[in-house]
Write a new protein. Sequence first.
Lengths: 110, 117
Amino acid sequence: DAKTTQPTSMDCAEGRAANLPCNHSTISGNEYVYWYRQIHSQGPQYIIHGLKNNETNEMASLIITEDRKSSTLILPHATLRDTAVYYCIVSIQGAQKLVFGQGTRLTINP
Amino acid sequence: KAGVTQTPRYLIKTRGQQVTLSCSPISGHRSVSWYQQTPGQGLQFLFEYFSETQRNKGNFPGRFSGRQFSNSRSEMNVSTLELGDSALYLCASSWGAVVQGRLYGYTFGSGTRLTVV
């Protein structure tokens, strides 16, 4: 079973920041938080991952709470192309599989 | 660089037949894993191969099998197809090991959509 809880769906206006929450209250000390997204009819796409420090790359920012029991993925300026299902996954480094939950269906509205 | 290539993109088979799907990973990646995606069950892990060895296997019946070749390309096979095997089959590749102190994410292909009639 997935070790994360995410809202089923969210909406965001184009150009605004999209903040996607994820709860992972049972995360272990050696587990990372990974985010992937899946645009309709495509394979999942890696976005970002982190252990305990906040991370930023060209796609998004990842904010992890100090107790590591939850995190937020931030898409700073959402576009229509960001409409997708976003998956939050906790996993150790070197894990041989990803356990996907149901994810959050994010809809960006014009 | 080229991404993960899966062939064929679409496939229609009849119940009882068998099917073989192919996956070519990103050059240099030694790990290939397979996932099944259905509307009801979501994305489920099938198995993972690293350097031609199966390292991990999901909870699927023995009709689902796979292999990896020395060039890291992988195939998965489903025998005695059932209607419930209709799904999007996704392949993902990765380094399979920690590189420079970090394990980067998996890169997925676009999948093979299998329809069993």
